[in-house]
Design a protein around this ligand. Structure first.
Ligand SMILES: [Zn+2]
Length: 612
């Protein structure tokens, strides 16, 4: 597809003026007001529905309240479209050249999800502009300009990629920008906010803006900051060009916002636990988050599957190529974490082992190909944990990462070490850079670009791994890189930090259970010993062999049963009912790890090596 959208130059005509009063953000309330140029007759106003990067219809329309439309001070009646519930229609009277639209956003407490999840505490707020504006329905977002003004709570500081005109007290006036750019440029604001220059003296500039629920949580060590600076240098070495004017990590440290990362061209919205910079387990578990989200500036924002490059926020997105958009990003996020030192090479390998084991113990792979998890992404992001290994979740991330590792090893092998996936990345994601651009692609474009790097049956390779079902996970990349997936009787450092950070007990490769620290059953692996014994997800394990459930009691019972014919007896509570299940599990403890295959070259070490 040759279509190249820019979206970073202004359209003709007066901009829509948008004022957002965030002084009530500590009470999880935003006040929005717009002046929209209009001419007499019917006017349809849309609230953004399909949110870029969230790959679904996630705009929080239910949290819009107090909607009022006026012209010259007189209220106009509005009526919601009965089919498209994100659109309202008003009749603009004769002689009117602009209307005023105002409403409040009721931001949710303690809610999961992406940006429509919890975004504000008494100490900080993440403002996503798509939640506080409306636009003339059906107009491409590149063709609408907005002049935004934001008032933050008294004394709060802020960070954003959106260029400003001036600050007056607590009011920030931004440069007029196309709607595409505005929605792509969230603002992080807070009482406790610290900005760190990650590429001092270099162009373009890179900043890490930290906002936290406590001043203490901002205390990143010099060693950690050095690793984030390494990440900036490693992305330069990997991509060779940068498609932004400046880059801003907006990192929110709070236990009371939704935890996720959301990519943008010139920034990323990275939300983690409050003590992530202080606690080693939390730090390790979020090691690939910033590399993943920054990678999206190239893979996802600059180059985007045509089905996800929609013209306005009312147009449905098609996610069939999310195994590239997210799967390749997941792979490169790990690679860049290793190259930057955010993970050691060993931690990166342990993470690959965890991913491979998880995908291999997914019985849902017998009915559902990875491609279908991508097409159905907008449903699966919100799907429940129970029986998720049978249903399958958004597996295009982890399984996509394994498939791209294999592609990398194939290019290295077939080119006898002359080329690698890095070569493809520099070709496919390169360009003049310097500012955001959008260059959509199709599967055919992708295969042609891979073919130009290394002659191979790429359509056949991806057809088999992505579009067809397979009982086993794609482990060819691990083998091709000189390693083997094995199971050991002790958890790896990454296993331990995952359990500590998530407060869970993971015995899914022996007993077949994922548990909370209190014994709550998140999921039961289909066809595992626990499943064959009849245990149901969402029930709760109260006791193991007659003794109250704890992580250590559970582990000890699994170890002891290895050398015994006796079953492990689990007392389980499901609703109001109690029952004891004898579980035949004599595997002993099992935790995935990678083991070196000395007959092959160690390509993982080569891939994870710093390039700086
Ligand atoms: Zn992503």
């Amino acid at each position: 597809m040759a279509l190249v959208l820019t979206g970073w130059s202004l359209a003709a005509g007066p901009p829509i003026e948008l004022t957002v009063d965030a002084t009530d953000a500590p009470r999880r309330l935003l006040h929005a007001r717009m002046t929209i140029p209009a001419s007499p007759g019917a006017l349809r106003l849309a609230y953004p529905k399909w949110i870029p990067g969230e790959h679904g219809p996630t705009g929080p329309i239910t949290d819009v309240a107090g909607l009022r439309v006026t012209a010259g001070g007189k209220a106009l009646a509005w009526r919601r479209d009965p089919v498209d519930l994100y659109v309202v229609e008003v009749q603009v009277p004769a002689g009117v050249t602009a209307i005023e639209v105002s409403f409040d956003l009721l931001s949710p407490p303690e809610a999961r999800g992406f940006s429509s999840g919890s975004s504000m505490t008494t100490q900080l707020a993440v403002l996503n502009w798509n939640q506080v504006l409306m636009y003339p329905a059906g107009t491409p977002s590149d063709q609408l300009d907005y002049k935004a003004t934001l008032k933050v709570p008294q004394g709060w500081k802020y960070g954003t990629a959106l260029p400003i005109v001036r600050e007056t007290g607590d009011t920030v006036e931004f440069q007029p920008a196309p709607l595409t750019t505005l929605v792509d440029s969230p603002v992080l604001t807070g009482r406790n906010l610290r900005t760190i220059d990650l590429s001092p003296g270099s162009t373009p500039a890179h900043y890490l803006h930290l906002a936290a629920d406590s001043p203490a949580a901002l205390d990143a060590s010099e060693d950690k900051i050095a690793k984030f600076r390494n990440l900036v240098r490693e992305t330069g070495a990997l991509y060779n060009s940068r498609h932004y004017r400046s880059y801003h990590f907006l990192m929110t440290l709070s236990d009371h916002v939704a935890h996720f990362g959301l990519e943008h061209h010139e920034s990323s919205d990275d939300r983690v636990a409050e003590r992530t910079l202080l606690d080693n387990d939390l730090w390790l578990q979020s090691g690939a988050l910033l590399p993943h989200e920054m990678t999206h500036s190239w893979n996802g924002k600059f180059r985007r599957p045509a089905g996800l490059a929609t013209l306005d926020y009312g147009a449905p997105m098609q996610g069939d190529l999310l195994w590239v958009y997210e799967g390749l990003t997941q792979y490169l996020g790990g690679v860049l974490a290793a190259r930057s030192g955010l993970w050691t090479e060993e931690e990166w390998r342990q993470q690959i082992a965890r991913t491979a084991a998880q995908m291999d113990a997914t019985p849902g792979r017998a009915w559902r190909p990875v491609a279908d998890t991508a097409i159905a992404a907008q449903l699966l992001y919100e799907s429940r944990a129970d029986r998720s290994n049978y249903r399958r979740g958004t597996d295009f991330y982890p399984e996509g990462a394994l498939i791209w590792l294999e592609a990398d090893t194939i290019i290295r092998r077939e080119s006898r070490g002359q080329r690698s996936l890095d070569t493809f990345i520099q070709n496919f994601y390169g360009g003049p850079g310097g500012k955001p651009e959008l260059k959509p692609y199709t599967a055919a474009d992708l295969y042609a670009a891979l073919q130009a790097v290394q002659a191979y049956d790429w359509p056949g390779f991806f057809r088999q791994r992505v579009y067809e079902i397979s009982e086993r996970a794609p482990l060819g990349g691990i083998a091709g890189a000189g390693w083997r997936l094995v199971y050991r009787d002790a958890p790896t450092a990454m296993d331990k930090s995952s359990e500590a950070a998530s407060k869970g007990v993971d015995v899914r490769y022996s007993l077949g259970l994922e548990l909370s620290e209190e014994g709550g059953i998140g999921d039961v692996v289909a066809r595992s010993p626990a499943d064959r014994a009849g245990i149901t997800p969402s029930a709760k394990v109260l006791a193991v062999n007659g003794r109250q459930f704890t992580r250590d009691v559970m582990r000890a019972a699994i170890r002891e049963a290895k050398n015994s014919a006796a079953p492990i007896e689990l007392l389980v509570k499901d609703g109001e009912f109690y029952r004891t299940f004898p579980v035949d599990c004599h595997t002993g403890e099992r935790y995935p790890d990678l083991e070196r295959d000395a007959s092959q070259a160690d390509l993982l070490s080569a891939i994870g090596q710093a390039r700086r």
